[in-house]
Design a protein around this ligand. Structure first.
Ligand SMILES: [Zn+2]
Length: 73
């Protein structure tokens, strides 16, 4: 969906990118690489199909994916 700009479920192109909101203290969507500080959170960007509601989650930066692999891999 992120790459094709098309919903894999209903083939709609009515796709919206939902960025992480940095102002929120916590979000179920972020991945935390430290329990001590909120600075080390990794945003998870969502793509929502506005026709059927299907949602994808993406960690967009490869440096962030490397951090997740380091902590959780
Ligand atoms: Zn859809």
């Amino acid at each position: 969906m992120k790459n094709s700009n098309r919903c894999p479920k209903c083939l709609s192109q009515n796709i919206v990118r939902i960025p992480d909101d940095q102002r929120r203290y916590s979000s179920g969507n972020n991945i935390y690489t430290s329990k001590l500080t909120l600075i080390s959170k990794i945003p998870v960007i969502r793509y929502v199909c506005c026709d059927c509601g299907y949602t994808e989650n993406w960690v967009e930066k490869s440096s962030e994916r490397g951090e997740i692999k380091k902590i959780y891999g």
